[in-house]
Ligand binder design. Structure first.
Ligand code: ADP
Length: 187
């Protein structure tokens, strides 16, 4: 977990490589569907362009399908993001006789992250990614997703890592933190 621009995708790949499990990014799957102009993609696009979350029913169904293909472990990037998605993930995991080992949160400075995203939008010519949409995404995260941190903290699953600084530094902080938690990275 972590706000948009925290570096979740980058770090998810590093963790998945190390643990030899697939990194499942809901954002990537949505973008792929948008590119391929599938029904799901067309539906998801209008929410994504506005910086809003795709409705839970669509997102949950998509994750359920994807998780069915991963019998021996997975890393989720960008899911769950709402309270309803937490409940849905719980039931998916339980049905599969699986468990969640850890919930990793990258903590970042919001103003720095917004500045980073703004520069990236300009550099990549993503004119639709205006400062307004970027700010809106941060607000949606604060309202709908940040409360999940408390939920997982109460379950004793939360691992907080400082997400500021260089990519490699953050990666090694994550590995250290995961190694120190209950068998998550070690097993
Ligand atoms: P960001 O980190 O900038 O939010 P992502 O690549 O993770 O970007 O996601 C892109 C978009 O895909 C989100 O803004 C949202 O519209 C949609 N999305 C991704 N994951 C979810 C989710 N779990 N629930 C609802 N919508 C999601």
């Amino acid at each position: 977990m972590g706000p948009p621009g925290a570096g979740k995708g980058t770090q998810a790949k590093a963790i998945a490589d190390r643990l030899q499990i697939p990194a499942i990014s809901t954002g990537d799957i949505f973008r792929e569907n948008v590119r391929e102009e599938t029904e799901l993609g067309l539906e998801a696009k209008r929410y994504m362009d506005a910086g809003d979350y795709v409705p839970d029913e669509l997102t949950n169904a998509m994750v359920r399908d994807r998780l069915a293909e991963t019998p021996s472990g997975f890393l989720l990037d960008g899911y769950p993001r709402t309270v309803a998605q937490v409940a849905e993930l719980d039931s998916m995991v339980e049905e599969a006789g699986n468990r969640i080992d850890a919930v990793l949160v990258l903590t970042v400075d919001i103003d720095e992250v917004v500045e980073r995203l703004r520069k990236r939008a300009i550099a990549e010519g993503r004119s639709d990614d205006t400062e307004e949409v970027i700010r809106h995404r941060q607000d949606v995260y604060a309202q709908q997703t940040a409360p999940l941190i408390e939920v997982y903290d109460e379950r004793g699953l939360l691992v907080r890592v400082d997400g500021m600084g260089g990519v490699a530094d953050v990666t090694s902080r994550i590995f250290d933190a995961l190694d120190a938690t209950n068998g998550a990275a070690a097993s």
